[in-house]
Design a protein around this ligand. Structure first.
Ligand SMILES: CCCCNCc1ccc(S(N)(=O)=O)cc1
Ligand SMILES: [Zn+2]
Length: 263
């Protein structure tokens, strides 16, 4: 399945701008990871993240999710190793979640749904000079996916949760500094699945090396409830819609192989 990275036209579903069908896309994301069909690859290395909290700049509501954005004008917060040959720069992270704890993740593992999923978005700074170029370029992006489960309170996440009421509406931005995203990674960063896919929201370009961590992180019910207090809508809109179920439906594998770094 040749994974092109050209822009693909997609039908936009009124509900959540949910692209439901993507003609011409054979490497779309997210997918269901069928564990027994994944192929162990001993050449896969542990992830090597090197994030500088000083590059953290702002947190904002873009009407799909909330994003924490990093200064990616230099190689200061980087990702290497894993399945990657090149060096990638962190540009942002965000989440996807459900209206209930029963669903919300984009990827699934043997059809198992998680209440939420974290995406750490990086672009290939060996090949490209801007995120916008890498978005539609081959081997342009690397996204780390981390599943969230409801359990004990995540102390590192709380600083981010406390900032959310200030960005309730679409388009709101507040300064957000000195946040180390490494605190959101699971303790085990050796075990992951990896496959070639796409962005899960427009432009849906097939430029992503996905790295989905096997180990989840835990957050409390109350922390996740604050995610759901965000709104899809801007302050001016008369009907306010709560920001929930901002995940894309699973896409066909189209013959792709999912590799695992563990047996
Ligand atoms: C050209 C401007 C694109 C902005 N948005 C990029 C984008 C979309 C989806 C994902 S995801 N959900 O696949 O990680 C990451 C980044
Ligand atoms: Zn995402």
């Amino acid at each position: 399945a040749a994974c092109s990275s050209k822009y693909v036209l997609s039908q936009i579903h009124p509900m959540w701008q949910q692209p439901i069908a993507v003609p011409g896309g054979h490497c779309q994301s997210p997918i269901d990871i069928v564990v027994r069909k994944s192929v162990f690859d001993s050449a896969l290395k542990p992830l090597a993240t090197d994030y500088d909290p000083e590059t953290c700049q702002q947190i904002w509501n873009n009407g799909y999710s909330f994003l924490v954005e990093y200064d990616d004008s230099a190689d200061k917060s980087t990702l290497k190793g894993g399945p990657l040959q090149d060096q990638f720069r962190l540009c942002q992270f965000h989440f996807h979640w459900g209206e209930s704890n029963a669903w919300g993740s984009e990827h699934t593992v043997d059809r198992r749904l998680f209440p939420a999923e974290l995406h750490l978005v990086h672009w290939n700074s060996d090949k490209y000079s801007l995120f916008e170029e890498a978005v539609s370029g081959d081997n342009g992006l690397a996204v780390i996916g981390v599943f969230l489960k409801v359990g004990k309170r995540h102390e590192g996440l709380q600083k981010l949760v406390d900032a959310l009421p200030a960005i309730r509406h679409k388009g709101s931005v507040v300064e957000f500094t000195r946040f180390d995203p490494a605190c959101l990674l699971p303790s085990n960063t050796e075990d992951y699945w990896t496959y070639h896919g796409s962005l899960t929201t427009p432009p849906l370009t097939e430029s992503v090396t996905w790295i989905v961590m096997k180990q989840h992180i835990e957050v409390s019910h109350d922390q996740l409830a604050v995610f759901r207090s965000l709104l899809f809508t801007s302050a001016e809109e008369e009907v306010q819609k709560s920001m929930v179920n901002n995940f894309r439906v699973q896409q066909p594998l189209c013959g792709r192989t999912v590799r695992s770094s563990f047996t």
